[in-house]
Design a binder for this molecule. Structure first.
Ligand code: CO
Ligand code: CO
Length: 319
């Protein structure tokens, strides 16, 4: 979910579209708030089944990123009328299996004729109103943990140009289709000051939203960033998606750069992710324990930076 113009005040709206957050949150009573989100996009891999899996995983992710539990989902489908309906069936199959894996009930959906296929979900979940994670709230002393490797934009670009290897495409596809469910459920046992999922704005773009919105500076350990196999080589060879280039230009005046940075790693830090991992800010003394808990659940977990008091820029990137 992205933000829209300012909405009229409503006391039950805990998170609305005035903040740049992952989903909207509406308080039902003292113990329960509703989380609602909607996301859909055009195919990002050739295989329709995997496309469905990835689109569904991405739509569900915004509920996990708010610390919530998704309950129900509705399909949103656009499909050309003269196209093979078997392909549509595979997309829906991939999506509904992913929804089922999440333990979420698929209640229906709506299809519209459109020249370019599009697929995703509208997801409804619940969360304790006292325990909503937002993309702001990070505090000095927090460590930053990332739960999926980066590089899906770069590898997709290499794939479109016919340059990506089969194994690399497979690793990227599986990573994008992975639910953020286990990561979120594991992190819920710890103190989470801020959380967001890493998507189109790239790791650095989403971190900038977190740091600037929290009134702090995020210090990034560039060489610690987890990367998908092949991502570094393809970035170095110049397979940079348009979104990466625009993310970099957006970040230009917002980052203080350390000495002797690896420019390829910096580019990957801004790579748009189709269905990325969670980026969590947790108190420093809990970080190592959370990282090992995530790893024992087979979730990627790396401390990729820390939060300090606000400095001149919201982002400080070091090798
Ligand atoms: Co979203
Ligand atoms: Co999001």
């Amino acid at each position: 979910m992205r933000h829209l113009p300012e909405a009229p005040y409503n006391e039950n709206v805990l998170v609305g579209f005035n903040t740049v957050d992952d989903a909207g949150v509406y308080k039902l009573d003292e113990k329960t708030a509703l989380i609602q989100t909607l996301d859909f996009f055009t195919p990002i891999v050739d295989d329709p089944y995997w496309y469905g899996q990835i689109a569904a995983a991405n739509s569900l992710s915004d509920v996990y990123a708010m610390g919530g539990r998704p309950l129900t989902a509705l399909n949103i489908v656009c499909f050309p009328c003269n196209s093979d309906l078997g392909i549509l069936g595979q997309i829906i199959k991939g999506g509904s299996e992913k929804v089922q894996e999440a333990g979420v009930a698929l209640l229906g959906g709506h299809t519209v004729q459109d020249d370019e296929p599009k697929y995703g979900l509208s997801v409804t979940g619940i969360v304790n109103p006292e325990k909503v994670w937002q993309n702001v709230g990070a505090k000095p002393g927090d460590k930053l943990i990332l739960t999926k490797p980066l590089g899906t934009g770069v590898i997709s670009t290499a794939l479109k140009k016919g340059a990506a290897g089969e194994e690399e495409v497979k690793a990227m596809t599986e990573s994008m289709a992975e639910l953020n469910k286990t990561a979120a459920e594991t992190a819920a046992e710890y103190t989470v000051h801020a959380c967001t999922d890493v998507t189109g704005f790239g790791f650095l773009g989403h971190l900038w939203e977190m740091a600037s919105g929290s009134g702090v500076t995020a210090h990034v350990y560039l060489s610690e960033l987890p990367l998908l196999p092949g991502a570094y080589d393809y970035a170095k060879k110049g397979y940079l998606p348009g979104g990466l280039v625009s993310n970099l230009s957006f970040l230009e005046d917002k980052v203080q750069m350390g000495q002797g940075l690896d420019s390829t790693l910096f580019e990957l830090a801004a790579d748009p992710q189709t269905s990325g991992g969670l980026l969590l800010a947790v108190p420093g003394k809990e970080a190592d324990s959370l990282v090992s808990a995530l790893k024992s659940e087979r979730v990627t977990a790396v401390v990729v930076g820390e939060i300090t008091e606000a400095k001149a820029k919201s982002l400080l990137v070091e090798g």
